[in-house]
Design a protein around this ligand. Structure first.
Ligand SMILES: [Fe+2]
Length: 195
């Protein structure tokens, strides 16, 4: 992706962290460090109120986890994607975290899938593409992102995603809809935005 070259307005550098909730911090540390190979870079105790741990997921970004002693129950299909999306679809509630995608280089995609499978992680690949076939079994010239999907020990739906090319104006394919599903034209009011 091209770096944002801006001298005014908000200066973004990507995601700092996403904060998730685990059921078992020891199990979560084992999965993120030993399976996904994301080093633990910060761990703090919250007294009697739990723990907060951060894993490095590249480029200065982190995945953070809370462990709470008595949290609300796991709620797939509400707080996160259903566990079986083939059977139950992929919807989750407004303001939920549907799934978490970590960026990987496209040239490492096939090796990353093999590495996940070699570690016993169940996963499936989608080559998201424009054109007649939205998900060809192999990437084509119309593939814009390659994705491999899997689930962490907490039931969190995850993805390794590799963009295959820079975005252009022709990637903006549809107008946004309102709460009622009515399309409305998008009106930009900040001319210095990069795209
Ligand atoms: Fe995604």
């Amino acid at each position: 992706m091209a770096a944002q070259a801006k001298t005014s307005g908000f200066q973004y550098r990507g995601v700092n962290h996403v904060a998730l909730v685990c059921r078992d911090m020891a199990e979560t540390v084992d999965f993120y460090e030993n399976v996904l190979e994301m080093p633990l870079v910060k761990s703090i105790g919250l007294g009697g109120r739990g723990q907060h741990f951060f894993f490095d997921c590249g480029n200065g970004a982190t995945i953070a986890f809370f462990w709470f002693p008595d949290p609300p129950p796991f709620a797939p299909g509400v707080a996160s994607q259903p566990l079986d999306i083939a059977k139950d679809g992929m919807m989750s509630a407004i303001a939920s975290m549907n799934h978490l995608a970590i960026d990987i280089p496209a040239e490492t995609f096939d090796a990353a899938v093999a590495r996940l499978r070699g570690k016993g992680v169940e996963c499936f690949v989608i080559n998201h593409s424009d054109g007649a076939d939205p998900a060809p079994s192999e990437p084509t010239a119309e593939t814009w992102v390659r994705s491999v999907y899997f689930t962490d020990p907490n039931g969190i739906k995850m993805e390794f995603a590799a963009f295959t090319r820079p975005f252009t104006d022709s990637d903006i394919l549809v107008d946004p809809v309102t709460e009622a599903g009515v399309p409305v034209p998008r009106r930009r009011k900040v001319p210095e935005m990069a795209r």
